[in-house]
Design a protein around this ligand. Structure first.
Ligand code: IPE
Ligand code: IPE
Ligand code: MG
Length: 245
């Protein structure tokens, strides 16, 4: 594949992805239940979406709940599901009003049917919006996504509809949940942890990684702007020696 163009100075990344981490620690530091941190985290989602849209970010992808997070205590999972239901009910009209298109990626079939219905309604309502693409990764795992893509292609090949020698990166990408979206330019993780935790493994191959100590419920537009400033200090090479361009 040909290398993508190098970022111009002071450019706003087209696609910002964020691992929203640290809700539990935010709450614990205040002697509150972890759920209080998740609640505040939903506020940070609202702020970040508005900030990103105003800055001109076209794709904002947020990691809200991982495939592995299902293994948390039942009480925390059900509290998170309650918040998700609340968020979907209360925020969609506003999201729509702001011109955001919502997509949810991940194994949503594991959600209660009413949550799944709310997700589908929101996706349908906002599907023609173009101001910003908000993708929320829920019940999402990068390995699971890649495995599902491999399974899809294998099924096509086994059915005689696909010649395995025609499988390339472009075709593989069409089987990912992010098909049609550009790769993230900037990947931010909050809370000081320096790992990917199974987020957008394929898509982040050349993303610039920024780890900030801020806990997600404290994250706001200022932190996003700081990350974009840092992003602009980076030299993106895409494997091509800088002097060779
Ligand atoms: C991120 O915050 C939100 C989810 C993973 C659902 P955490 O709940 O992981 O908070 P910490 O990392 O324990 O502080
Ligand atoms: C990653 O955070 C998932 C989300 C932020 C939704 P975790 O808190 O689950 O990740 P680990 O366990 O610290 O790697
Ligand atoms: Mg965490």
């Amino acid at each position: 594949m040909s290398p993508k163009p190098v970022t111009a100075p002071s450019s706003v990344p087209t696609h910002v992805a964020i691992i929203m981490d640290g809700n539990g620690r935010w709450a614990q530091a205040r002697g509150l239940p972890r759920t209080a941190g998740h609640k505040q985290g939903a506020e940070a989602v609202r702020r970040t979406l508005i900030g990103a849209a105003e800055l001109g970010v076209k794709y904002l992808t947020l990691f809200g709940f991982s495939a592995e997070n299902w293994r948390r205590p039942e009480s925390e999972v059900s509290a998170l599901m309650g918040l998700l239901r609340l968020y979907l009910r209360s925020e969609i009209a506003e999201l729509h009003g702001k011109g955001a298109r919502l997509r949810v990626i991940g194994d949503v079939t594991r959600f209660d049917p009413d949550i799944l219905a709310l997700i589908r309604q929101a996706e349908e309502l906002t599907r023609h919006n173009t101001k910003i693409n908000l993708t929320i990764a829920l019940s999402y795992g990068g390995r699971q996504e890649i495995t599902a893509a491999a399974r899809m292609l294998a099924q096509e090949a086994a059915a005689g509809r696909l010649d395995p020698s025609h499988i390339n990166e472009a075709l593989f990408e069409t089987c990912l949940t992010t098909a049609g979206m550009p790769d993230p330019d900037l990947l931010i993780r909050t809370s000081g942890e320096k790992r990917i935790s199974n987020f957008l493994l394929w898509q982040s191959a050349y993303a610039e990684l920024i780890f900030v100590d801020t806990l997600w419920p404290d994250f706001d537009r200022r932190h996003l702007e700081e990350a974009i400033v840092e992003y602009n200090r980076r030299e993106r090479r895409f494997g091509v020696f800088a002097g060779a361009r």
